[in-house]
Write a protein that binds this ligand. Structure first.
Ligand code: GTP
Ligand code: MG
Length: 203
């Protein structure tokens, strides 16, 4: 599936611009700069598919990608790359707009099969992450926690953070109990992520 056609579909700055719900979706959520867009590029094996940047706040709209051929109808599934949450340097109005967009999409999207919540291996779960996990629990959206940038920490540090994140995840009913540890840079954990994605869309 990941070696077949994959293409950018559209950007939705507001909910009214979402694609028609004609295919199952998965979403990548997480704090600004956690590595969502980079991980989508690693997952799909296409550099530059999702736009990445060193400056937090790069992705400002919901960006949809079609996985599979679309010449005869809907794709096999879609990936949604989300704006980051918890970006303190953006103007408060913009932060609020993103929060509504993210929350409304995650809570109300019928075709959303699973959300991958990305957590930076250097930082672990922060308050803003906690709030999102609680919101997903309340909305009964199933999600899976993915650690990113594993190449940036020493093995001992990674193990300690993993334990903490697993303990935190246990308190969240909608969280999958197993973590996926990734590095887009080193292409670590990408096969495990692909399996988890295919499982989520039931292929
Ligand atoms: P926003 O769209 O701003 O919310 O950010 P994002 O979560 O999409 O992050 P993005 O993928 O743009 O990556 C942010 C920065 O982290 C970029 O400079 C990436 O090169 C870097 N980065 C992403 N993944 C990794 C990784 O696995 N390892 C390392 N070392 N750097 C990474
Ligand atoms: Mg991004």
């Amino acid at each position: 599936i990941f070696s077949g056609p994959i293409s950018f579909l559209k950007s939705a700055p507001q909910l009214q611009f979402l694609p028609d719900p004609t295919a199952p979706e998965i979403a990548f959520a997480g704090r600004s700069n956690v590595g969502k867009s980079s991980l989508i590029n690693a997952l799909t094996g296409r550099n530059g598919l999702a736009r990445t940047s060193n400056t937090p706040g790069r992705t400002q709209e919901l960006n949809f990608f079609d996985i599979g051929d679309t010449s005869n109808g809907p794709p096999i599934f879609r990936i949604c790359d989300m704006p980051g949450y918890g970006f303190a340097k953006a103007p408060p109005k913009v932060v609020q707009k993103w929060r509504y967009l993210i929350n409304d999409y995650l809570r109300g999207r019928q075709v959303l099969k699973r959300t991958f919540v990305l957590i930076d291996s250097r930082h672990g779960i922060k308050n803003t992450d906690e709030n999102v996990l609680e919101m997903l629990d309340k909305a009964a959206v199933s999600y899976r926690i993915v650690m990113t940038k594993a190449d940036k920490v020493k093995t001992t540090e990674l193990e300690a953070t993993k334990e903490k994140v697993i303990a935190a995840a246990k308190k969240h009913p909608a969280a999958h109990p197993e973590l996926i540890i990734t590095s887009s840079e080193k292409k670590q954990g990408i096969d495990a992520l692909r399996m988890a994605v295919l499982e989520a869309v039931q292929i």
